[in-house]
Design a protein around this ligand. Structure first.
Ligand code: SAT
Ligand code: MN
Length: 592
């Protein structure tokens, strides 16, 4: 096991506090995974899918209240409110700990306490961050096995005094003697807490079993805690996919892209190009850590080992590589079940069968007025199963990034693509990013546009103004020619009839191709106050029926309104970096 004194002491402390029935140190083996799955199938927590149709795969149904991240119940408990900033719920660390200790007391009664040693980044990477998640959820254990590198090998790396981030998690549903368990235990909303202690580098999560609330290596460690560490140490922890794009000349370029949750990062990362001669390979679909390499360029590494992707809308048409990835050995959460024992969801590319069991376990027919799968239903799967995973995806030093894409769901105003004139304008474009709120977070305002700088609003572990300043400061790390170029994209423009104006998916290669040509000096840009737009015929639209004039417009009236909205957004962030305010003033003068 381990002789790590600090770890052993912490485990003892948590055992005393949470009073589990027993303790299991996870070795990370497939045998352990299979055993846990067998137990969960027996207890009714999991359903084994038909092995002839979906081998080695399982379905879980969450409690109807526990279906997404809970931003209202997510806290950054830094020493001061100022350090957490206007973008975070702040709580006094001592008070929050007292509240949480009260909840954790006896919270694992009747349950097994699992200890999951895991590492974010390949084990041998110098940038790896080790976490130890203690949880009473076997669902978390099996998901962590796909999403991270976990088990005994991590304890070996930790040695007797290595550093680790303690990540405490409980579903918050103790079992009294003889009390039967439910399929998805969790606590009521007001008792859920996703708490981060950035100075101490600790995570305490209580009451939710879902995704980013419970798989603590992901948003909690690899983004919120890592972003704090990154600022202190001079690197970046970002909500970005990483892809490798090979052009018809055989030149491979690495691109990262920041989009909010459920805006198509997984689809873009696995894109099948509709333009001949191009090839896209995946390195990551959600998180990128970026560091300056010895040659002065920025290198990106994916700290995760798997994909936790949105199922609805995923089909052999929209994302064939995702569909191939999840043909076997996959965990599904909140999708519908067919009578044959396979999965189904809205947008899977096959008509709904006459009968299904919906995500809540009820009979469902096509007449039902509710979706069969929850809109935030997910698949969890090892990245290695992706047929287009890049062979270098686990390179311990990462890959050099040439372009950064920023985007969100904007039905109007923001054109299909533009390139910032320089780094500062690129950071400005990142700071004003907006997107329609999706089902990936529990919110009453789904569909409304909210400002989500760098798609990091829910994930920055400190003050947003310092975060934006940190991005601006990257310009001082290296010379301008070595910095990635920054592009803003919007696949989600709609026409008067609310129809999407751009086909998206595999056709997004056409925009990527333009961006790559810009990097290579092979495409001219049209200068606008917001940056460079493609020339009229700059984007190859062969075979498409699209209105490029509309897709590439910067509408003065809409932008005058947009500037007002940006001002409001800026006003909510005290200490907004001066350079960005200047950018806004410049834009106002030019478009006003
Ligand atoms: O639930 S997660 O935070 O893991 C998914 C997402 O919101 O991106
Ligand atoms: Mn995400």
């Amino acid at each position: 096991m381990t002789n790590h004194k600090k770890l052993l002491a912490w485990v003892e402390e948590i055992k005393e506090l949470c009073q589990p029935k027993d303790v299991h140190w996870c070795d990370g083996s497939k045998a352990e995974y299979d055993r846990l799955m067998d137990q969960m199938v027996q207890s009714g927590a999991a359903i084994r899918l038909n092995p002839d149709l979906r081998p080695d795969s399982y379905l879980f149904r969450s409690h109807p209240s526990d279906v997404a991240r809970v931003e209202d119940r997510t806290f950054i408990a830094s020493r001061t409110k100022e350090e957490a900033g206007p973008n975070n719920n702040w709580a006094d660390p001592d008070e929050l700990k007292a509240t949480l200790r009260g909840l954790y007391k006896g919270c694992m009664q009747g349950r097994t306490m699992y200890i999951i040693p895991f590492v974010m980044s390949p084990l041998e990477s110098p940038f790896a961050l080790i976490g130890i998640e203690i949880t009473d959820s076997p669902y978390v254990v099996v998901n962590m096995r796909h999403m991270t590198r976990m088990g005994t090998k991590v304890l070996d790396k930790l040695g007797t005094d290595g550093e680790f981030v303690p990540c405490l998690h409980s579903v918050g549903a103790p079992l009294k003697d003889g009390e039967a368990d439910v399929a998805w235990p969790c606590a009521p909303m007001e008792d859920k807490y996703i708490a981060h202690f950035p100075e101490e580098r600790a995570i305490w999560s209580y009451g939710s079993g879902y995704g980013g609330n419970a798989l603590l290596g992901k948003k909690c460690l690899a983004l919120r805690i890592a972003s704090v560490k990154a600022r202190e140490e001079g690197w970046l922890a970002e909500h970005m996919l990483i892809l490798g794009l090979t052009d018809p000349d055989g030149v491979k370029t690495y691109v990262t892209a920041a989009f909010p949750s459920a805006c198509g990062k997984t689809n873009l990362a696995m894109l099948v190009p509709t333009l001949p001669g191009y090839e896209v390979e995946t390195l990551g679909d959600d998180i990128a850590w970026l560091r300056k390499g010895e040659d002065g360029r920025l290198y990106a590494i994916n700290p995760e080992a798997g994909f936790f992707g949105v199922a609805p809308g995923t089909s052999y048409e929209s994302n064939p590589n995702a569909m191939r990835t999840i043909e076997h050995s996959t965990i599904f959460t909140n999708v519908a079940l067919t009578d044959e024992g396979d999965v189904w969801w809205e947008g899977i590319g096959k008509p709904a069968p006459a009968h299904l069991i919906d995500w809540q376990g009820n009979d469902w027919t096509p007449d039902s007025d509710k979706p069969a799968a929850h809109p935030n239903a997910r698949f969890t799967v090892s990245a290695a199963q992706n047929p287009v995973i890049a062979k270098e995806w686990e390179d311990p030093m990462g890959v050099p990034v040439s372009a950064i894409l920023l985007g969100g769901r904007r039905p109007s105003t923001v054109p299909l693509v533009l390139e910032s004139k320089d780094w500062t304008q690129g950071i400005f474009l990142g700071s004003i990013m907006g997107s329609e709120i999706t089902a990936a977070t529990i919110s009453k305002n789904i569909g409304q546009v909210r400002r989500d700088p760098f798609a990091m609003l829910p994930f920055i572990g400190y003050n947003m103004s310092d975060y934006l300043q940190h991005w601006l400061d990257v310009a001082d790390w290296t010379t301008e020619d070595k910095l990635p170029r920054i592009f803003h994209v919007n696949w989600f423009l709609r026409d008067e009839n609310k129809r999407f104006m751009w086909p998206g998916f595999g056709d997004n290669i056409r925009v990527l191709a333009w961006a790559i040509k810009r990097l290579q000096g092979k495409a001219e840009g049209v200068e606008t106050p917001l940056g460079y737009l493609p020339k009229k015929d700059g984007i190859d639209t062969t075979g498409l029926e699209v209105d490029m004039d509309k897709l590439l417009t910067i509408d003065r009236e809409l932008w005058q309104q947009e500037i007002k909205a940006i001002r409001e957004h800026y006003n909510k962030i005290p200490r907004m970096p001066k350079e960005l305010v200047t950018e806004l003033e410049k834009l106002e003068a030019e478009l006003g």
